[in-house]
Design a protein around this ligand. Sequence first.
Ligand code: ADP
Ligand code: MG
Length: 356
Amino acid sequence: MARINLEHIRHAYGAKPKSEADYALKEVHHEWNDGGAYALLGPSGCGKTTLLNIISGLINPSEGRILFDGTDVTHLATQHRNIAQVFQFPVIYDTMTVYDNLAFPLRNRHVPEAEVDRRVKEIIEMIGLGGWAKKTARGLTADQKQKISLGRGLVRSDVSAILFDEPLTVIDPEMKWVLRSQIKRLHKRFGFTMVYVTHDQTEALTFADKVVVMYDGQIVQIGTPAELFERPSHTFVGYFIGSPGMNVLPAQIDGATAAVGGESIALGFQPRIKAGATTELGIRPEFISLGREGMPVAITKVEDIGRHKVVRAHFADRPISIIVDEDGEIPAEPRVTFDQKAINIYADSWRVGEEA
Ligand code: ADP
Ligand code: MG
């Protein structure tokens, strides 16, 4: 159970970084609450594994400090950080039985054998390998081995934090769902701080209380699923979260009005823009209404995706997406209106607030 502070962390893998581009992590500075469930979400290569390995101590950051409950652990070895880590690929002992693999982290800490037995039996049922306790791990399939790995991460109840690096990638979808809810249950019961890396937005949004979105070596937003959806703090978050993602249109801001192509859109507030910034208007496909009123659009394609239709269109010479109800009709001369409350304005890709 630990509060984790990341203080001005930067990391370059090469010995002599020449420019910002050489940094896998550019500037990570955040506090993660004790007992929180954080999902670390971002595209491949954005620095998720690097950050996780810095928290666990497998990597020493080039710059910055890590604190657990206020204590500097930056140079403390992994085994002294009281954490468990589950990797994307199985890390188990092939020659040991499934039971002994799960018991290992407990015996290693001299937990009494009766307690070991109790914990191992609970975890072995949880990962669905109850009938396999006495088998050696060698003969198991890749996904069974990964379940053992996961079990080894979850078997200790006294860890400060558990770090998961895309642990369910090789597990089939149904079992994924089961294991996710089991992890959540253990998290509630034992109160460890949980950091769960994934590149899958559905997994992140259903699993965590706070989603940490990473992009290009930086954390661009930490928020609840609702915050990420309604107020993406960076255009990348808008694109990445949601399906289809947020529409981002080049816009000229003048007071409380945005000009997009030849159209003029009332914002209802005056964004605070620095001179010279590139400005954009963000609006999610869910918050555009298609009908007979408003600004003209040219529809290029309608995709039926079950409960909704995704309409692809051109608005002010730009491609946009609009989500309409399954039974929503599409008029012959379609027009759109934007829900004013759902408009976000960006300057140099970052969301701007209102003029004070
Ligand atoms: P993610 O887990 O989000 O996919 P990583 O943290 O693995 O991202 O990688 C971040 C960046 O650091 C990438 O550009 C990757 O190529 C680079 N990188 C990762 N590991 C190493 C390494 N051991 N040596 C050199 N570069 C690395
Ligand atoms: Mg990774």
